[in-house]
Design a protein. Structure first.
Length: 389
């Protein structure tokens, strides 16, 4: 029986340290001893109770995937990883994992169960490759946590793969130089044209654009300071600010001459919107990009406007070229980020510098995910071989 600093009995597995924190100790049925510290006694009791319950469920073989997930997301992810990361885990589990295996006993889950979830998503045809990939990541993370806490010996999500067809259909989109010019032309005059052009000049993520504030911009020194990301979740009351994706996402992004021009144009546009609006939401004052009434602009809103712009491009192409027209493939905010990275490499920006601008934790991410060789660049580079010998 442990005691607090005043000598009061706290119960089995509980004690108070000299620094005032409460220690909760528990030895699992497999002999593994775990300990955790808390500032409040009630939190220590709650944690110890949960550990005993989970261990009893494990011993009897009754612990379900649902029970483990709920404990894992609360104790190992919420408030520990980036808000958006935790949100992605929750969304993918609720929409794609829970119905398929949530009811299964944790020890009964096999690789085939996890693989089937990805196969079903690929066969459905409604899921983008990125969404299937997030589900794959979520599955692996959930069961990795169970392995690390000695509730499983092996991770059943090890080795699961996304169907090749899904990868082919969802190749990462990069605009050619001609497409980039055409998109900018058709976007001109739309509500978020400056946001799209800014991404093409800086490579910001959609959430970073949405969370950008005027006091993040230094026009004199010509840079943007990325400090936050805009998130949207009904359980949080709608829009709210979260921490960037990783430590390297908090960064300084230099501004080109064109980026400075775009931001100054946006400042004028926003002032005009505010004068016209009869229902301006001043609580969001300070944001660089807002709706016509001053509300934040979420990723889905940026996406819907891009769909309209590209639909207009295709409608005009069809009128000009008839049924033989070449379709302008749909692209979203992340495609503009890919396009920026590719243009940067084509123009000779050093990979390590680009990594820093993009806010990636490793150079491999920059090179593998965001840099593409377009056909036009491939041909132009090959012309360098036309050298007389």
């Amino acid at each position: 029986m442990g005691k607090d600093l005043k000598g009061k009995e706290l119960g089995m597995g509980l004690s108070q340290r000299k620094d005032g924190r409460y220690s909760a100790r528990f030895t699992k049925s497999n002999g593994c001893r775990i300990e955790k510290y808390f500032f409040k006694l009630v939190d220590a009791r709650t944690w110890l109770s949960e550990q005993r319950y989970l261990d009893s469920q494990l011993v009897t073989g009754e612990m379900t995937v649902d029970e483990w997930y709920n404990y894992w997301i609360t104790n190992f992810k919420d408030g520990i990883v980036a808000n958006n990361t935790s949100k992605n885990y929750k969304t993918r589990y609720k929409q794609n994992v829970q119905k398929a295996i949530g009811f299964l006993k944790l020890q009964d889950v096999r690789q085939i169960h996890c693989q089937q979830i990805l196969n079903d998503m690929s066969d459905n045809g409604r899921y983008a490759y990125g969404t299937i990939e997030l589900t794959q990541i979520t599955l692996h993370a959930i069961f990795k946590g169970a392995v690390e806490n000695n509730y499983l010996k092996h991770n059943p999500a090890d080795g699961i793969k996304i169907k090749r067809e899904a990868k082919k259909e969802s190749a990462r989109r990069v605009l050619t130089r001609q497409e980039q010019r055409e998109f900018i032309e058709y976007a001109r005059g739309s509500l978020y044209d400056n946001a799209y052009q800014l991404v093409l000049q800086t490579g910001l993520r959609a959430g970073e654009v949405g969370g950008l504030q005027w006091n993040d911009i230094d026009f004199e020194k010509r840079y943007i300071s990325i400090q936050r990301t805009l998130l949207q979740d009904a359980s949080h009351g709608g829009f709210y600010f979260g921490i960037p994706k990783s430590d390297t996402s908090i960064r300084i992004v230099p501004l080109t001459d064109e980026a400075v021009r775009i931001l100054k144009a946006q400042k004028i546009k926003q002032a005009k919107l505010k004068l016209k609006s009869k229902n301006w939401h001043s609580e969001w004052d300070g944001l660089v990009f807002t709706t016509i009434n001053g509300n934040p602009v979420g990723a889905s809103t940026f996406r819907m406007m891009m769909v309209r712009i590209i639909n207009n491009i295709n409608a005009d192409r069809k009128i000009i070229d008839g049924e033989k027209y070449k379709e302008f493939e749909h692209a979203y905010m992340h495609a503009l980020r890919h396009t920026f990275a590719t243009r940067a490499m084509e123009n000779g920006v050093q990979p390590k510098v680009l990594q820093n601008i993009m806010g990636h934790s490793t150079l491999d991410v920059t090179m593998d995910l965001y840099v593409h060789v377009t056909d036009e660049h491939r041909f132009s580079e090959m012309q360098k071989m036309n050298i007389a010998v």
